[in-house]
Design a protein around this ligand. Structure first.
Ligand SMILES: [Zn+2]
Length: 278
């Protein structure tokens, strides 16, 4: 998605100079099978089982890796390093988003499979499991959206509850900006939740955000879902995961653009950093 938190910059990720020089064929085609299906994979499988139409993604003739949805020659699975985060993520996905190779919500599930849940957006009939999660007294759930309606919403600036006793859980609205705005404004069942104001985190991370080239032309000034998640991690002072997620996001961007341009991905510092991570 392109999350509505504003920022727009060209990708400034530098070309890597690490000793491990870039092999033009970065990964084998079979690495996708090494991972168990995560929440986004399971949601897509569910949607496919229900759908009577085929979603015609751009480049439908491309042979895609079943895990990262990129082309086999530009697969990013070799840089996918699952780990743990200080916060849990809930993706509320627009149905269209589930099928899009450009979706970056799945990058969050790739890295934090045990801490990322995904649900289909439904304005009037939200999933019962989702409602139970939002009501869970062991969690502190916060919606990520620019807090423009301060008079009618509870606005919070810290990730998680002040007492730190409950699991910090952020709700990310995964759709186009227009879809996300509707999700936010039209769902009565979301209105009781506090909204997380990430203004400070955005200031701190400003130089690194807005790298999402894939949809930049039509969504200038918006952040991708993965970037919004990185902002949440920044607000939670989880620096290691901020870098981990943004590096993976940078690799995704480079490989996606390479797929579209039918060229080999450039090797970036982000590749090296991910390879050197635990
Ligand atoms: Zn892959």
């Amino acid at each position: 998605m392109n999350n509505p938190l504003s920022s727009s910059r060209e990708n400034s990720a530098s070309v890597a100079t690490c000793a491990n020089s870039f092999d033009a064929s970065p990964v084998s085609a079979d690495t996708g099978s090494a991972f168990a299906p995560h929440a986004v994979d399971r949601l897509r499988q569910f949607c496919e089982s229900q759908s009577t139409r085929v979603f015609n993604a751009r480049g439908i003739a491309l042979q895609r890796c079943p895990s990262c949805m990129l082309g086999h020659n530009t697969c990013i699975c070799a840089w996918r390093k699952p780990t743990a985060s200080t916060i849990d993520f809930v993706l509320l996905m627009h149905r269209d988003e589930v099928y899009k190779p450009t979706n970056t919500g799945r990058l969050i599930a790739d890295l934090y499979p045990d801490q990322c849940q995904a649900f289909l957006w439904d304005r009037t009939r939200p999933d019962a499991e989702l409602l139970a999660l939002l009501d869970d007294p062991g969690r502190h759930c916060q919606v990520v959206f620019p807090p423009r309606d301060r008079e009618t919403r509870i606005i919070e600036t810290q990730v998680g509850a002040p007492d730190n006793q409950r699991r910090p859980t952020v709700i990310l609205l995964d759709g186009t900006w227009k879809q996300a705005r509707k999700m936010y404004s039209q769902a009565t069942w979301l209105r009781a939740l506090p909204v997380l104001d990430l203004t400070d985190a955005m200031t701190e991370l400003d130089q690194q955000l807005g790298h999402y080239k894939v949809r930049q032309a039509c969504e200038t000034g918006r952040l991708a879902t993965a970037e919004a998640a990185a902002l949440c991690l920044q607000a939670a002072q989880d620096q290691a995961n901020v870098h981990h997620l943004l590096n993976y996001f940078t690799v995704f961007n480079e490989h996606y653009v390479a797929t579209r341009m039918n060229r080999k991905p450039a090797r970036l510092k982000a590749h090296c950093d991910l390879e050197n991570s635990q």
